[in-house]
Design a protein around this ligand. Structure first.
Ligand code: NAI
Ligand code: ISE
Length: 346
């Protein structure tokens, strides 16, 4: 059985996902596309030689009986409407982060999905499929480094566009750490705080960069996460878990090592698309395979999207107040309690 996708939003990651479904992965086909910029949709169809209908908007695309699953890769503020329309039509949804731009919006999706009665939605938190994070999780779950006590991580981008704002460091960038870290250490966030170190000369006037976010979990683990989106030298993701019995590091994503001119060298990636290329492939392949196998997607759920949004909101509040802010999560509904082992599929 081929899962037939309709794609909403054919920008950077929309095209990346179309490419991988069309050329790399098995079991999926793009049959419909839409974008508010119609030329973008047309160019995707041309670029990948798709046999796909171009729709004027998300509602028309979701209504197409030929579409089994909707891939939401539009701008964040447009996600909620498209995801809700897909759930109402009983279609599977793979939604890029954020699931919605507010915690209330994520909760509306959670409620719609529970009302529908089965899981339809997977959120594009691809780091859970990255082999480095999977190995780190296995080390923690197998008690190789003992109880985690602290985590230190880094999320650096070489630069960002003019439209990138201080709160986007949380909603757009840190959101990946927010999702992957509580999954990694099997804990829940309790409070957050944000500090603004000396500002880089490369950041535009409106942007505070870098930022240092501290997240405390219910069991007392302290996580420090640096977001630095004008670091210039590359796209750099680091994570170090300090346990009672030892320390585990996220593997470096590196190319060849060179020895030349009295220097030991290796290159650093500059583009997020390359750093997580395998994880993007795996998350979408898992989405298709698990739907075929079990009738439901297996990856990060709408509830995970909600947890990330609540935590991100607390971080944005902490940016404004300078104080420690509580992460006020409600009890996880039984509907989302059956955890499936993503690690097994990697
Ligand atoms: P982009 O700006 O390149 O593309 C977004 C596209 O959506 C544009 O072509 C725009 O015209 C279209 N669009 C906006 N509103 C629409 C609507 N209502 N209906 C149809 N089309 C609409 O942005 P990019 O980088 O592709 O990001 C898209 C989403 O993917 C964002 O939510 C972003 O946070 C997420 N993302 C996730 C990544 C990951 O690592 N998981 C990496 C990059 C982006
Ligand atoms: C981008 O939107 C992403 O989602 C990437 O994965 C992330 O690492 C990058 O910093 C964001 O700008």
């Amino acid at each position: 059985m081929t899962l037939k996708f309709g794609v909403i939003g054919t920008g950077a990651i929309g095209k990346e996902h179309i490419r991988r479904i069309t050329n790399n992965l098995s079991g999926g086909k793009i049959v419909a596309v839409t974008d508010v910029n119609e030329e973008s949709a047309r160019s995707a169809v041309r670029q990948f030689g798709l046999d796909a209908v171009i729709y004027p908007d998300d509602k028309a695309l979701v209504a197409d009986k030929n579409v089994d699953a909707v891939l939401v890769t539009s701008w964040g503020p447009a996600h909620e409407q498209s995801v809700l329309a897909a759930i109402e039509a009983g279609k599977y949804v793979f939604c890029e982060k954020p699931l919605a731009t507010t915690a209330e919006g994520c909760m509306r999706i959670v409620e719609a999905e529970m009302k529908y009665g089965k899981r339809l939605v997977q959120v594009g938190f691809m780091r859970r499929y990255d082999s480095g994070y999977v190995q780190l999780k296995q080390a923690i779950d197998n008690n190789y480094i003992g109880e985690p006590l602290m985590v230190r991580c880094v999320h650096r981008n070489p630069d960002v566009g003019e439209s990138y704002t201080t709160d986007m460091a949380i909603h757009d960038t840190l959101i990946h750490e927010i999702d992957v870290l509580h999954w990694l250490i099997n804990d829940e966030y309790k409070s957050v705080q944000v500090a603004f170190p000396k500002k880089t000369k490369r950041a535009l006037a409106h942007l505070c960069d870098p930022q240092l976010i501290t997240l405390e979990t219910k069991s007392g683990i302290i996580i420090t996460a640096e977001v630095f989106v004008n670091c210039k030298y590359g796209y750099d993701i680091q994570c170090e878990v300090i346990g009672e019995e030892g320390v585990a590091y996220l593997p470096e994503f590196s190319g060849i090592t060179t020895r030349k001119d009295a220097r030991l060298g290796t290159s650093i990636l500059t583009d997020w698309k390359d750093r997580f290329i395998d994880a993007y492939d795996k998350e979408l392949q898992d989405f298709m395979d698990s739907i075929k196998k079990t009738g439901e997607p297996n990856g990060p759920t709408s509830w995970d999207g909600y947890v990330a949004a609540v935590t991100a909101d607390a971080c944005v509040k902490a940016q404004q107040t300078g104080g420690k802010e509580t992460v006020a999560l409600t009890e996880k509904p039984a509907f989302y309690k059956i955890e499936k082992e993503v690690a097994e599929t990697v």
